[in-house]
Structures are given as structure tokens and as C-alpha cells.
Design a protein around this ligand. Structure first.
Ligand code: SAM
Length: 297
């Protein structure tokens, strides 16, 4: 059986994609990802002399050995996240009046950010947030996160659902203003930690996953209102699961690919043909890919 560092199919495929950069990327994938403490804006937490993360609001560098604590309100002050995930959730930019779907939501870091964007500072939330997760055990975790971070009286606009994301397009056509499709992916960082899974990697596997991902993205497209926005994201470094999935949507549905101005100020984002990539060899964050997609009116 292949050891974690010697799957020749994997090496060959990614060497072709990333050329001379591949060795650096691969090495960085085996290091711990850099994480930040994201302030829970539903509680008025003290900043506890933490060092601010200079490029992301409400984020602080996580000190070594830091353990999360609940505040006086019985909620956690911070959620530990990769800054790349924070950017993905922020890119959806939901308003308090929007109907929002987080199609693959567990464990829930991005859902928390969407909930904050919709409600913190708003006079009233007129929209809704559906946090959907198909796996029952992961959905339990998602519910726990919502209960541990959002006061009860402020989570009335959030509902947790357990559908297969593929069902939304047919069941709820043109229903949502904003949809986050943070789809299951190859997750090469985790593959490199799991020798059995790593040995099973093949180009066919990433292509098969891309078919499932396109199906979820198509469902999101059908469930999106005209004028609405989807953020499609993965934590894969495989172009098959990233730009190629969005390229298929472009070919079939003619969406508008957005390049929001504020994203140009985040220097760890690298532009790809249809979106952005964050790779850990340069920033220590990610990997993450996302594309910001709009349906014309
Ligand atoms: C990348 S993770 C989502 C991470 C989450 N957005 C967050 O930030 O915490 C993908 C999730 O999709 C779920 N999933 C897989 N297939 C699904 C499907 N067909 N419909 C809905 N959820 C699905 C997985 O169980 C997994 O929890």
C-alpha cells in the first residue's frame, strides 16, 4: 500500500497543475493551518489583550494553548476559524431582509458569520436563514454551535434543515436571495493525514466528486431568485472541483461572475479564471477556493 507521501497518481496530477510550486504547496499542506479567533458578535466579549488580525475585522491571532471560554451570558466569546473560511462567508454579503440558504452548513462557522451579517446592528431581521446539513451527526453539531453562540431570542430567523442539498432546486425554485454552497470536496489537507484515503486518491475520484459538486451547484442555481448571489466554495486544491465546476455552470446557465472590490484588498487571495484561491504555501491559510456568482434579473 502507498504511504501518505508516495501516491504517484496524486503527485503526477498536482505536479502538472502547479508545476514548480507543487512541492511547496504539498509541504505546506502537512503543516498546521493558521487559525484565528473570530469574535462572537452576538456577545459583547472583552478582547483580552489578544493581538488583532490586521486584515480581517473581528479576528484575533489564536495564542498557543488558548482554550475557549463562555462569557457571562453562557455563550462562547470566540469561534476558531481559518481566515480563508471567514472570507468565503463574508463574500455572500447577506442583508437582514434576505432569505438565505447555507446548503452544506455543518459544523457551522460560516453559518455563524451569515447570521451575524444579517442581524448584528440591524433594527429587525425580516429575512430568514436556513442552515441545511444532510448528515444527522453533523447536524447535531451544527445545532450545538448555534445554541452555544447565538442567544435564543436572536436565533428565531434561523432554521436547521436536514435535506439533501440536491433537493432545493426542485422543491424551492427561485426562493433564496443568497446561497452558500460550501460543498463536500477531496480535502487534500485531510487526505495527507490519512494514509488509507490518500492511497485511494485518483483523478477519477476528483472527477466523480466534481459531478456531485456540480449537481449541488445546479440545485443552488435553480433555488436562487433572479438578481440573487451564490458563493460556491471548496477546500480542495483540485481545479476539477473548483473552476471547472463553475465553468460548467457558465456554459449551461450564463451566470455573472462577480469580483467584489473589497476582495482586492485581501492580499492572500489569488485570482483564478472564475474565482479565488487561497493556498497555504504563501499565507499559511486554506486551502480554499471560492467563486461569487450572480443570476441576472
Ligand atoms: C465542507 S463541509 C461544510 C462546512 C461548513 N460550511 C462550515 O463552514 O462549517 C460540507 C458539508 O456538506 C455536508 N453534505 C454532504 N453532502 C451533502 C448534500 N448532498 N446535501 C447537504 N449537505 C451535504 C457534509 O456532511 C459536510 O458537513
Amino acid at each position: 500500500m502507498n504511504s501518505p507521501l508516495t501516491n504517484p497518481l496524486f503527485e503526477k496530477y498536482f505536479e502538472k497543475v502547479y508545476g514548480g510550486r507543487w512541492n511547496l504547496i504539498k509541504e505546506s499542506l502537512t503543516r498546521h493551518e493558521k487559525q484565528v479567533l473570530r469574535l462572537n458578535r452576538f456577545v459583547s466579549a472583552e478582547e483580552k489583550d489578544l493581538q488583532k488580525c490586521e486584515f480581517l475585522d473581528n479576528c484575533f491571532w489564536k495564542p498557543v494553548g488558548y482554550s475557549l471560554q463562555k462569557s457571562g451570558e453562557g455563550l462562547y466569546d470566540f469561534y476558531v476559524m481559518d481566515p480563508a473560511s471567514v472570507v468565503v462567508a463574508l463574500a455572500l454579503e447577506p442583508k437582514s431582509s434576505d432569505d438565505v440558504l447555507d446548503m452544506c452548513a455543518a459544523p457551522g462557522g460560516k453559518t455563524l458569520i451569515l447570521a451575524e451579517q444579517m442581524s448584528v446592528g440591524a433594527e429587525e431581521v425580516l429575512g430568514t436563514l436556513v442552515s441545511n446539513e444532510m448528515s444527522e451527526s453533523r447536524r447535531d453539531r451544527l445545532m450545538r454551535v448555534l445554541h452555544e453562540y447565538i442567544p435564543k431570542d436572536q436565533r428565531m430567523f434561523i432554521s436547521v434543515k436536514g435535506l439533501d442539498g440536491n433537493q432545493y432546486g426542485l422543491r424551492n425554485p427561485e426562493t433564496y436571495d443568497r446561497i452558500l454552497a460550501d460543498v463536500p470536496c477531496s480535502g487534500e489537507r485531510h487526505l495527507l493525514e490519512n494514509s488509507k484515503e490518500f492511497a485511494l486518491w485518483s483523478e477519477k475520484r476528483t472527477k466523480n466528486l466534481a459531478v456531485r459538486q456540480y449537481s449541488l451547484l445546479s440545485s443552488a442555481w435553480l433555488a436562487l431568485k433572479p438578481g440573487g448571489r451564490i458563493v460556491y466554495s471548496t477546500c480542495s486544491i483540485s481545479p476539477e472541483e473548483n473552476d471547472a465546476v463553475v465553468a460548467k455552470l457558465i456554459k449551461k446557465r450564463d451566470p455573472i461572475i462577480l469580483r467584489p472590490d473589497w476582495l482586492t484588498q485581501i492580499d492572500f487571495l489569488e485570482q483564478t479564471s472564475h474565482g479565488y484561491q487561497i493556498l497555504p504555501d504563501r499565507s499559511g491559510f486554506g486551502p480554499m477556493y471560492f467563486s461569487v456568482i450572480e443570476k441576472s434579473i
